[in-house]
Design a protein around this ligand. Structure first.
Ligand code: AHM
Ligand code: MG
Length: 296
């Protein structure tokens, strides 16, 4: 195992690479019109040209970093081995929510940094890049509580805030096709709205979860539905990194399994074991009060 000083140095190296990759990806987005390519990715989604460009930028970003053993991308079928003696595995979604680009909405990149193999217990840090009016980066690690948020000022990334969630928030970001929700999920969401929660859902996981972090609380859900019992969001590329980030911010992150009427099991997302790189899971991220409420 690494000492804290060694881990800090390694994470600084990886974070510097993420920062520098964010700028060419942002440039790519500014030149792209949300144009589709002729290809599909490992999950069968039609790719945008920008998905492929962002993926290539990130592959090149980590390629010569000797501490990285392997990387794996939402856009690739298999993990890519980089350095035999490397000790970290990095999983990333190069451009999450890319179908929103045509509508000129914000999109993001998501990173999970594992010491060893791609298992949630091995996560040592997570990051997301948000491409909006400015480029912002959230970063959390096992070395520190809270989620540091950096904003690019045209020259450097300045630390703007350390996000910590309140026990309870006001936002409700609800994903999935509503007609396919379970009755119990429908009832929970309705009672949150009846209690005064406001709907905030752009359809981009990065801006939607970032919004909750900025406002200090609330809940984001992408549940099990009758058409997608295992949800939509991928464990390695989207769910585990944000579960880690929400826990570091003092909130919770759970998987709720349910049948048409009732909850059958509630588990911490970071205790799940993926069988395949592209496995998905129902997921709930939020402040502790809301997570407790939806878990009952
Ligand atoms: P993507 O990786 O194909 O872009 O899909 C992920 C996105 C998330 O950003 C978002 O939370 C979710 O899919 C939205 O799905 P839906 O349109 O079903 O609400
Ligand atoms: Mg994605």
């Amino acid at each position: 195992m690494r000492t804290n000083a060694e881990l800090m140095r390694d994470l600084e190296l990886i974070f510097a690479r993420i920062q520098s990759a964010s700028l060419p990806i942002y440039e790519t987005l500014k030149q792209s019109l949300g144009e589709y390519a002729q290809s599909t990715n490992a999950t069968g989604d039609t790719q945008l040209k920008a998905d492929i460009q962002a993926d290539t930028i990130l592959q090149n970003t980590f390629k010569d970093l000797r501490i990285v053993h392997q990387v794996c991308s939402e856009e690739q079928e298999q993990a890519i081995k980089l350095h035999d003696k490397g000790i970290y595995s990095i999983a990333y979604d190069p451009l999450d929510g890319s179908s929103l680009m045509g509508a000129n909405l914000s999109v993001g990149s998501i990173f999970g940094i594992y010491h060893g193999d791609f298992l949630p217990q091995n996560l040592v840090a997570s990051a997301y890049i948000l491409y909006g009016m400015v480029v912002g980066i959230g970063f959390a690690s096992i070395l520190k509580e809270g989620v540091d948020y950096f904003v690019y000022n045209g020259k450097t990334f300045d630390l703007q805030k350390c996000f910590k969630l309140s026990h309870k928030g006001k936002l409700n970001a609800t994903g999935g096709t509503q007609k396919n929700w379970s009755l119990s999920h429908k009832a929970k969401i309705e009672s949150l709205f009846n209690a005064g929660y406001r709907l905030r859902y752009s359809g981009g996981m990065v801006p939607d979860l970032h919004h909750i972090l900025v406002k200090g609380g609330g809940i984001f859900s992408y549940p099990s539905t009758s058409d997608a019992p295992q949800g939509k969001l991928r464990m390695l590329f989207e769910v585990f990194p944000f579960a880690f980030i929400f826990e570091r911010a003092g909130g919770g992150a759970v998987c709720i399994s349910e049948n048409a009427h009732n909850i059958t099991e509630v588990k911490r997302l970071l205790e799940l074991t993926p069988k395949h790189l592209h496995d998905t899971t129902p997921c709930f991220f939020g402040s502790l009060e809301e997570i407790e409420f939806v878990s009952k």
